[in-house]
Design a protein around this ligand. Sequence first.
Ligand code: HEM
Length: 503
Amino acid sequence: MKIAKNILFISIGLACLPLYAKTITQDNGAPVGDNQNSITAGDTGSVLLQDVHLIQKLQRFARERIPERVVHARGTGAHGEFISDGNFNDLTMAEPFGAKNKITPVFVRFSSVVHSKGSPETLRDPRGFATKFYTKKGNWDLVGNSLPVFFIRDAMKFPDMVHSLKPSPITNLQDPNRFFDFFSLQPSSTHMLTQLYTNKGTPESYRTMDGFGVHAYKWINKKGEVKYVKFQWKSQQGVKNLRPKEVIEMQSKDFNHMTKDLYTQIKAGKYPKWDLYVKILSPSELNNLGYNGLDATKQWLNVPEQKVGTMILNRVPDNFFLDTEQSAFAPSNLIPGIEPSEDRLLQGRLFAYADTQLYRLGVNLFQLPINRPLAEVNNYNQEGASNNTMIKSDVNYEPSRKIKLIEDKSSKAVETIISGTVQQKKIGKERDFYQAGIFYRSLTKEDKNDLITNLGGDLNQVRNKDIKTKMVSYFYQADKEYGTRLAKQVNVSLKEVIKSIKQ
Ligand code: HEM
């Protein structure tokens, strides 16, 4: 772009700084003569269609928004790096864990789940914790949440669950009558709801949350040996949440508190850090758990964990839209050494993110700077809207006698023996309530009180007595004290609760 030679002077206090004024142009680069007045037919006539600058300005303005994410629309991002604690080659070929002190650039996007793009950050929600590792072997996205488990265990139920949690199609209001209608018929949600209605559902800041991969993944080493792993980010700032009263205070004070906190702290050079831990199980250890180890509603309890590295966030984006809004995290963005486990929820996610991003950002989303891999991209995918790649060869097919891209045999899918029947059945060892009970009993007295207040508050908005009774029956089956306290809080008879369990 041409820079006009005029130098303006603006004064800040006593200092006088030169500012090079650039000529305003249209999108084709042509200079604009008047950015204040439309071209009209004289003093009294209408605006002329030939005012292409006006038309372009209005057209571009009308197209500024891209679709917001169908979930996790409200979020904020930051750049940083991941530093490996050691060489974990005996466990995985994954590049970020290949050598001690190895540095991998990252971009993290934190988010809330249900509420829309401009919604208050004070609202109760799990928080997204998505990390993109830019490795030399491709981008790896660890797309996790601030809570260790999930509401459902089969991707088939995700659209239904989100519909119930999103505003009503009739009133456009979020309504506990709708989502508890759904959850009262989905006992797998008992553990996650218990986690969510503690104060962990209203974190003080993004810096003071832990993050969880939730699903099991597979780590694969060069010999093709497989281990199942679960990831956890532990905040070095400690975990801090807002108590019910503090949420109300914050709502009236500043409902952008989480974004502001992250930007303010990073800009002040107070860089937040998280340690990455993994829990590791061999396939036979996984099978021997007393619950299904590939069930996203379960934590791996009493499995030792190992620290594998630390992440530091040290730069906020120069432009929110370019980096944060256009970032595309997908569980399908995997690298050699990391494969998905057979977890049914994860398997659905492998499709859903890449698919929604083709719609949200377009087919050439990997060319956007924030999503572009460090690794060179060489394949025969081509063209599509807004393509910026220059293909200089006419060989856009394979095999060919002329040029050949070479396959990296070490990156082949790990061989896995399977047997069984094609089927549509629930998983075994569902055990919907037992980990919710363990979690409830691990809470402090104050946290238990807040849980009853928070959960009771939303359940009390439910008009249908059967829904309330069923919900309480789930929490009662997790822990008798928990259910009994909740029954009192929401005015449900314990007799009815026990009757509902027997039925
Ligand atoms: C089958 C279950 C699920 C489906 C179908 C699903 C689908 C989606 C979709 C369509 C998006 C929007 C992506 C985009 O527009 O870029 C999204 C975002 C997200 N999901 Fe899920 N989701 C599921 C479960 C989960 C689970 C279990 C977690 C946590 C472990 C999770 C964490 C996230 C996060 C963190 C984001 C936001 C990523 C970002 O910051 O851009 N989701 N999900």
